[in-house]
Design a protein. Structure first.
Length: 337
């Protein structure tokens, strides 16, 4: 049985990926410092899969702690999620973001080099494309100058991995996520935003739950079908499964280059108003919202061309927008009680 180290394995995308890994027969070792999640998630993963993954409360910035995890476990592959991810905060705390997101990556790759380990998956973001010149966005679209420190950590992270992979013969894949959303069908794990959510879907569900008075729709003067900005919302379970597909590609030596990157989205763009309408319809409720000005740094539209990911990873999305919005609402209701 292959043993996979998952950093940030109790976070939103990490926890869903751990469930899929265990469902697929992988043995999982989680490291997480619990800075943006709760230890309860470990029990929920165990309830869903019937297997308790190994867990170490480790901060990826502490090199000696990372080392000791590798001393304890013989690792066959790494999926690296642990990172700070708030765009706004990253502009106020650039050094914290660069330190956390990049030193952790370097320490992990150093361990891989020193122990001659292989198979590394990195959580990257479609933010590397900025506002792409053409839609849908293919992997050939140029990486644009980052708009935020957070975005820059993803770009620099990919560069570090690319250079390391070539030199030390570490095969690796960066998955460029579009907009993850939804919750596991068991409604035992989901997104746990701390404080006021910055992302659309948790703000929508918290507004519906009465935690937030009103949703602000940031701009209705974009050159899109209804004037609101367009994104590619992908269910977190579909996204989690892309990691298993990428891992299999590496383990089975099917990769074409030592460093590869793929767009992980649905291929379908939805506007903010479309999301609101679909959320209201599928959950049979009314959402309190108003149109306000654009949010600084936002782009007009982004959605993925998934042709290459579908073919090369032998993966495709299976869960529709309605089901995803339904699961997001069920998860929210569970938090409010
Ligand atoms: C944001 C980040 C992106 C990151 C991703 C992680 C920015 C500029 N980009 O993407 O780098 O990878 O989160 O999930 O922050 N919206 C509203 N009202 C709200 C919240 C959002 O109208 O209260 C709109 C936004 O203007 C945007 C869309 O909803 O058009 C999606 O926003 P969000 O969920 O924050 O994701 P992104 O901005 O696409």
């Amino acid at each position: 049985m292959k043993k996979i180290l998952v950093t940030g394995g109790l976070g939103f995308i990490g926890s869903h990926t751990v469930v899929e890994l265990q469902n697929e027969g992988f043995e999982v070792v989680i490291i997480d410092n619990l800075s943006n999640t709760s230890i309860d998630v470990l029990d929920k993963i165990t309830e869903i899969t019937g297997t308790k993954p190994a867990f170490h409360k480790v901060d990826v910035r502490v090199k000696s702690d990372i080392k000791s995890v590798f001393d304890t476990h013989k690792i066959d592959g790494i999926i690296h999620f642990a990172a700070f991810k708030a765009v706004g905060e990253s502009m106020n705390k650039p050094l914290d973001y660069y330190e956390n997101n990049l030193s952790s990556l370097i320490y992990l790759l150093q361990e891989m080099r020193d122990r001659k380990l292989d198979n590394f998956i990195f959580s990257s973001s479609c933010t590397v494309y900025g506002q792409a010149n053409a839609l849908p966005i293919t992997e050939d679209a140029p990486v644009k100058a980052a708009e935020s420190v957070y975005g820059n950590t993803k770009q620099i992270g990919e560069e570090i991995i690319r250079d390391t992979s070539n030199t030390y013969k570490i095969n690796s894949i960066a998955l460029r996520y579009f907009n993850p959303m939804g919750a596991h069908p068991s409604i035992k794990i989901g997104e746990l935003p701390i404080g006021v959510p910055q992302n659309l879907i948790p703000f929508v569900t918290q507004t519906a739950a009465g935690i937030r008075k009103e949703l602000s729709v940031f701009g209705d003067d974009y050159p899109t079908k209804d004037g609101t900005a367009v994104r590619d919302y992908i269910h977190v379970v579909d996204l989690a499964k892309a990691h298993i597909a990428a891992l299999r590609r590496l383990i089975n030596k099917k990769n074409k280059k030592s460093f590869e990157y793929f767009n992980i989205g649905t291929g379908k763009g939805s506007s903010v108003l479309e999301i609101i309408n679909a959320f209201e319809k599928v959950n049979n409720l009314k959402l309190n919202y108003k149109i306000v000005g654009r949010r600084e740094g936002d782009i007009t539209a982004a959605f993925a061309d998934t042709t290459i990911a579908n073919k090369e990873l032998n993966w495709k999305t299976e869960i529709g927008l309605e089901e995803a919005l339904e699961s997001a609402w069920k998860w929210q209701q569970k938090q409010s009680v």
